[in-house]
Ligand binder design. Structure first.
Ligand code: E4P
Length: 223
């Protein structure tokens, strides 16, 4: 499973990519709006320069023709841009037109297996089931991820499943076990994934033992 960062914050992406574990980035209009004062195109271009893999930028239009125009413009900004399109009848129409032009799409706001299946048939490169938002309304978001993975495998559909709207490290583990191709995580979740209290205690103990034996102070890692 690959890990993407779910943020439009360039600093978070700069930090996250230093670890060498980030395979791509997903943004959405709300995440972009949080970065007050940032120019959308400049921010996306900067993100594309930091990340080799896919960088997802979302369209805001509602009708298929405008979605296609917007998507073509976004895709012209950098070769690794993937256009996010909401799963609606117009979204499917736009995604299938873009697939014919070899423009990659990530069909977003997916809340059912049927929506995922239609996205795959329309030629989407990725589909994003929103786990946390389903959990929020009392449905099992991760079972949707597992069901989509199963259906795509059974029919050998090449669309990749992006487990999205992940809120904590357990979501990431569950996405990996469910067979998601990608988990897109907020920066906070990425940092939570690396930390373990026993790792910190272990580093401290190694340093203290070393100091007792050799009288040298060594750097305490763990930051
Ligand atoms: C994914 O592509 C979306 O940007 C994101 O995961 C939505 O997460 P949220 O439900 O926490 O807003």
């Amino acid at each position: 499973m690959r890990i993407f960062l779910d943020t439009a914050n360039v600093e978070e992406i700069r930090h996250g990519t230093r670890w060498g574990v980030i395979g791509g980035v997903t943004t959405n209009p709300s995440l972009v709006a949080k970065e007050e004062g940032a120019d959308f195109k400049q921010a996306i271009l900067e993100i594309c320069s930091l990340v080799d893999g896919p960088v997802c930028a979302e369209v805001l239009s509602g009708d298929a023709d405008s979605m296609v125009d917007e998507a073509r413009e976004l895709a012209s900004w950098a070769p690794n841009i993937v256009v996010k399109i909401p799963i609606t009848p117009s979204g499917l129409e736009a995604a299938s037109a873009l697939a014919r032009d070899n423009i990659k799409t990530n069909l977003t706001l997916c809340f059912s297996v049927n929506q995922a299946l239609l996205s795959a048939l329309a030629g989407a490169s990725y589909v994003s089931p929103f786990v946390g938002r389903l959990d929020d309304v009392g449905q099992d978001g991760m079972s949707l991820v597992a069901d989509i993975v199963e259906v795509f495998r059974r029919y050998q559909l090449p669309t990749q499943v992006v487990a999205a709207s992940l809120r904590h490290p357990m979501h990431c583990l569950a996405a990996a076990k469910a067979g998601a191709h990608i988990a897109t995580v907020p920066y906070k979740v990425l940092t939570q994934m690396v930390h373990h209290p026993l790792t910190d205690v272990g580093i401290q103990r190694f340093a203290e033992d070393w100091q007792k034996a050799f009288g040298l102070t060594v750097g305490l890692a763990g930051s």
